[in-house]
Ligand binder design. Structure first.
Ligand code: AMP
Ligand code: MG
Length: 350
């Protein structure tokens, strides 16, 4: 298959979105931007189309896809009910980076392949203009996982993912770099308690403004043991990890963290091993290593940069990548969740 491209970044015209929407209607795949990361979209009502997504990504069939909608009516057609708390959350955070897990209607309007046979379905309304227009023009909900081969960091710009996805989708809508850079916050509500299954841009602190009780699922920061049952199947899999060995180092005390990173660097260098350090802008000059990359200043910037940086580290041919941790407050929880997986749970808290 030869993928068709939109002409110009950030200037996708309506005609191109309509063309891409035709591909969705015809049961084909479209790569499109959302405000979180790029997605590989298929008509969520068409099981055959959705199967192509799993093949393109080499995604495990027990890892369900998020369904993207452009209206509340679309949600109502798919789910059993929308509770008052869910309604409140939708009003506050939609369109935006929050995925809510609902109970599916018993007549299974969304095919089993989308939800990996679960009785629930994850739904979100994206705010990105191209994504919104694409869903509107297609006239159907779009099932879309992050655009990457499973296991790799999610795609936040077309240049990063083109090598692995060119020829696997019918149409590529290039909307430039995505705004947020991390996937959506995924939540499930049980008896009025919000459980964060995957942290994202919508933080625990923001959710607490709507519900009294917000909990963080055990597996957000904890390791998933073999054969362990998890609320969000995606958490079981190796994710975001470069081939090069990575280690996250964090401390509440900035000086201790910098010292520890420099100490590990020295130990490695004494053994003639090469090290790359990924650090925050405010600390970068304190690292003794020559090969160091600035992850960004504010957490928003780190979130936006992190997947692109992780995709580049293998090219450096180093023995160890040391990555500064960012803590668990606000957006920090979402970044830390991705980093500990990128490091395959190899991290030190000093
Ligand atoms: P991705 O499509 O790559 O952004 O990953 C989607 C994430 O949402 C995965 O971690 C899934 O496990 C999770 N997810 C999607 N649908 C459900 C669901 N019905 N129940 C629990 N988790 C879900
Ligand atoms: Mg993904």
């Amino acid at each position: 298959m030869i993928s068709k491209y939109s002409n110009q970044k950030n200037k996708i015209n309506e005609e191109e979105i309509k063309e891409a929407a035709e591909e969705i209607k015809n049961g084909n795949l479209v790569l499109f931007p959302t405000e979180t990361v790029y997605g590989i979209g298929a008509n969520a009502l068409n099981a055959e189309a959705v199967k192509k997504v799993f093949i393109a990504k080499n995604r495990a069939p027990d890892n369900p896809l998020i369904v993207h909608v452009c209206s509340i009516e679309m949600v109502e057609k798919i789910v059993q009910e929308i509770t008052p708390l869910e309604k409140k959350l939708m009003e506050k955070f939609w369109p935006g980076p929050l995925t809510i897990i609902f109970n599916r209607k018993s007549e299974k309007i969304i095919p089993n392949v989308v939800t990996a046979n679960l009785d629930t379905v994850g739904i979100r309304m994206p705010s990105n203009k191209i994504a919104k227009k694409l869903i509107q023009e297609a006239g159907v909900p779009i099932a879309a996982p992050s655009a990457n081969i499973s296991g790799k960091p999610s795609g936040t710009k077309v240049e990063d993912i083109i090598e692995e996805l060119d020829g696997k989708v019918q149409y590529i809508l290039d909307g430039g770099v995505t705004d947020i850079g991390l996937e959506s916050t995924v939540i499930k509500i049980d008896n009025g308690v919000i459980d964060i299954l995957r942290p994202g841009k919508v933080t625990k602190e923001e959710l607490q403004e709507v519900a009294n009780q917000v909990e963080i699922d055990l597996h957000v920061l904890g390791k998933v043991e073999k054969n362990e049952k998890v609320a969000s199947p995606g958490m079981k899999y190796r994710h975001y990890a470069p081939n090069t060995k990575c280690m996250m180092v964090y401390s509440n005390n900035e000086e201790d963290m910098i010292n520890k990173i420099n100490e590990i660097t020295l130990d490695m260098q004494n053994e003639n091993k090469k090290v790359l350090v990924l650090g925050r802008e405010k600390h970068i000059n304190s690292y003794i290593v020559k090969n160091k990359w600035n992850m960004g200043g504010e957490l928003e910037e780190v979130a936006k940069n992190i997947f692109t940086l992780l995709r580049k580290v293998d090219k450096e041919k180093v023995d160890l990548v040391i990555i500064e941790g960012v803590g668990e407050n606000g957006l920090g929880l979402a970044i830390t969740n991705r980093l500990i997986r990128a490091c395959a749970y190899n991290y030190i808290i000093v």
